[in-house]
Design a protein around this ligand. Structure first.
Ligand SMILES: C[S@@+](CC[C@H](N)C(=O)[O-])C[C@H]1O[C@@H](n2cnc3c(N)ncnc32)[C@H](O)[C@@H]1O
Length: 214
């Protein structure tokens, strides 16, 4: 939802722009956005080789949708393949919480160096949520243990942390469109978010950052 809207807006402003989707997995977002994609726009999916092989059992790359089976942390392998003469919008959905803090810091710094002025939108979890998951024994059901999620940051610390990685980075919180939630959640979530303490400790949220222009 929040990612579709952000990409639509990006392509409206930059019809020839490139979307780079980190850790795309089996996402089908590109099909939802087909009608928003102009002739000279490009979509680049990046995921680990095993995940990309699984994706390609169902979804094939084409001239406008490239698949790169490489780690996002192997910047030297994928960055040269992203056009530098056009605007770029990076997205990461369900990725950064699974990386170590140092890995995220490295990636942010590489993006800032190679794509000054570019935007990155991603989801993030809070530190308490990360700590709880990373103990490795958080069983949500009898058969499902929450995977380890080593990276999280509480909302009040977001600015300080990302600015220490990339000085001058602009950070915006992307509000959750609660009117599109199902059933009782449509009422419970806004109530929860109206309480300052709970809002600060919100377990998951969306951020958009803009890397400084050189
Ligand atoms: C929780 S899934 C999210 C998939 C998809 N974005 C979604 O929201 O449905 C995490 C994805 O991150 C990918 N991933 C993990 N580490 C990665 C890395 N270093 N580089 C690229 N992708 C990675 C996994 O292969 C997997 O596809």
């Amino acid at each position: 939802m929040v990612f579709d809207e952000a990409i639509k807006k990006f392509w409206k402003e930059s019809p020839n722009g490139t979307v780079v989707n980190f850790a795309e997995g089996l996402e089908t977002q590109r099909f939802r956005l087909q009608k928003d994609m102009a002739e000279d726009a490009l979509w680049i999916s990046i995921d680990l080789p095993e995940a990309m092989a699984a994706r390609e059992k169902f979804i094939e790359p084409d001239d406008k949708h490239l698949h790169l089976d490489v780690s996002v942390l192997n910047a030297g392998a994928w960055m040269p393949l992203v056009p530098k003469d056009k605007p770029v919008f990076f997205t990461a959905q369900g990725l950064f919480m699974y990386l170590e803090e140092e890995e995220n810091k490295y990636l942010f710094q590489q993006l800032a160096d190679h794509f000054p002025g570019a935007t990155l939108q991603f989801d993030c979890i809070s530190k308490w949520f990360s700590d709880k998951a990373t103990k490795g024994d958080w069983k949500l059901t009898r058969h499902y243990t929450t995977p380890k999620m080593p990276f999280g940051v509480n909302k009040p610390n977001v600015q300080l942390l990302f600015d220490s990685w990339v000085p001058g980075i602009q950070i915006k919180q992307v509000e959750m469109p609660t009117d599109k939630l199902d059933g009782m959640l449509r009422w419970i979530v806004p109530l929860f978010l109206s309480i300052p303490y709970l809002k600060r400790m919100q377990p998951g949220f969306f951020l958009r950052v803009k890397f400084p222009s050189k």
